[in-house]
Design a binder for this molecule. Structure first.
Ligand code: ZN
Ligand code: ZN
Length: 403
């Protein structure tokens, strides 16, 4: 199964090209799977696989013990390295499997400062990534600390097995994974094109949690499914799994109240029970039952963090949601639920290739050092779209697509 997963990640996810470079970021605990990915990449004709190892335990030690000043200093060599990866259009494949509460007792100020230092230094790199200048893909595999968190009732190996099982179902790996994904991508693309055709002026979210939010959409916006293309025309899938169809809100066109529906692992800490109040796009009030400090720190990273950068639709009746498992890993949880992100927006425009940054900004594309997804979908969520000529079209009824 792992070999098949590795091939899927390489050939459909990052879509490694003959003669291309693959940059693979992997936790040391996932070394076995990382090697399978490297093998699959060379099989696909990769020129070189560059591996970037990470280790939760070392990262945690650094936050707890290192000299405070290092959290303001992003090493220049590391910035050069990332800019060089982007420059040569290397494909990026990341295995994301961090302990959701890795930085539980770390100084929140250190977390914020490092977020700011790294985000600022790597901004040109992230700008290129979000503009699809190179292919990128994120996948996950279980690590013991993450599995224990998801299945607290199971011990060590049983928890890891259970998490593997869930990932296999969520990532559509059962049977012929490549065929599953080709079919899935085709369905998602049809749906996204249908939404783009409506050319909604705004969409309104309502549910029993108390959400009542109106989101204006920018001129020429486009709904995008998980299958994307680089500027050079290489198709790739940025997230595996992916069940979402997303676009960008008009920066100053969001008004109302929005409740989160699932906890969120944010920079190694859990934030839960969030409530946001929006006025002309800006988050003027943010509350949380748990982890409010971490949420507020992220919202204060810059002015753009206080505005939305993504609106994503995920039916309540979908493979991940139906597993009924809280993964504490945004890659999975955001694909079980409608979500938004505050912070930087993806250029989801019909003419994104030609419009240019200033035009897209003027239409309402947000920019920030952060892009933080949070889940808002519920079984009773309704979304109504309003077209440019004032017609109201049900988009979501009882948590699922209306048509
Ligand atoms: Zn999303
Ligand atoms: Zn996102």
């Amino acid at each position: 199964m792992n070999e098949q997963f590795a091939r899927l990640a390489v050939n459909i996810g990052a879509n490694v090209q003959k003669g291309g470079t693959l940059v693979l970021s992997a936790p040391v605990e996932c070394a076995g799977f990382a090697r399978l990915i490297a093998e699959a990449a060379y099989e696909a004709g990769a020129r070189e696989v560059v591996t970037r190892w990470s280790d939760d335990a070392m990262a945690r030690l650094k936050y707890l013990k290192a000299d405070g000043a290092v959290f303001d200093e992003f090493p220049r060599w590391m910035k050069v390295m990332y800019d060089e990866f982007a420059g040569k259009k290397a494909a990026l494949l990341t295995i994301h499997a961090t302990d959701p509460e890795l930085l539980k007792d770390a100084d929140p100020d250190r977390i914020t400062r490092w977020g700011k230092a790294s985000g600022t230094a790597l901004k040109p790199f992230f700008d290129k990534q979000m503009a699809n200048e190179f292919a990128w893909c994120i996948v996950s595999m279980p690590t013991p600390s993450w599995a224990r968190r998801v299945f607290p009732g199971l011990d060590g190996e049983a928890a890891v097995d259970a998490l593997w099982n869930a990932i296999e179902k969520a990532t559509r790996l059962e049977g012929d994974a490549v065929a599953n994904w080709r079919e899935h991508l085709a369905v998602m693309e049809r749906r996204a094109a249908g939404l783009t055709d409506y050319n909604f002026k705004k969409i309104r979210y309502l549910n029993g949690l108390g959400t009542d939010l109106t989101v204006e959409l920018p001129d020429n916006h486009k709904w995008i499914a998980c299958g994307e293309k680089t500027k050079d025309g290489v198709p790739f899938v940025a997230n595996m799994p992916s069940e979402e169809i997303f676009t960008l809100p008009k920066k100053d066109g969001v008004n109302g109240v929005l409740y989160s529906s699932m906890p969120l692992s944010l920079n190694g800490n859990i934030v839960d029970g969030m409530r946001f109040t929006f006025k002309d796009g800006r988050i003027v009030d943010a509350q949380a039952e748990k982890g409010l400090e971490y949420l507020r720190n992220e919202l204060n990273i810059d002015e753009g963090a206080r505005y939305l950068g993504e609106a994503a639709l995920v039916p309540h009746n979908s493979p991940i949601s139906n597993l009924g498992i809280l993964f504490y890993n945004t890659l999975f949880d955001e694909n079980a639920s409608c979500h938004f992100a505050f912070g930087k927006a993806y250029p989801c425009f019909r003419d994104a290739e030609t419009a240019g940054g200033e035009v897209m900004k003027a239409r309402g594309m947000n920019d920030s050092l952060t892009h933080t997804d949070f889940m808002v979908g519920t079984a009773d969520l309704s979304i109504v779209g309003t077209t440019q000529d004032g017609r109201e079209i049900p988009v979501f009824v009882n948590g699922n697509f209306a048509e």
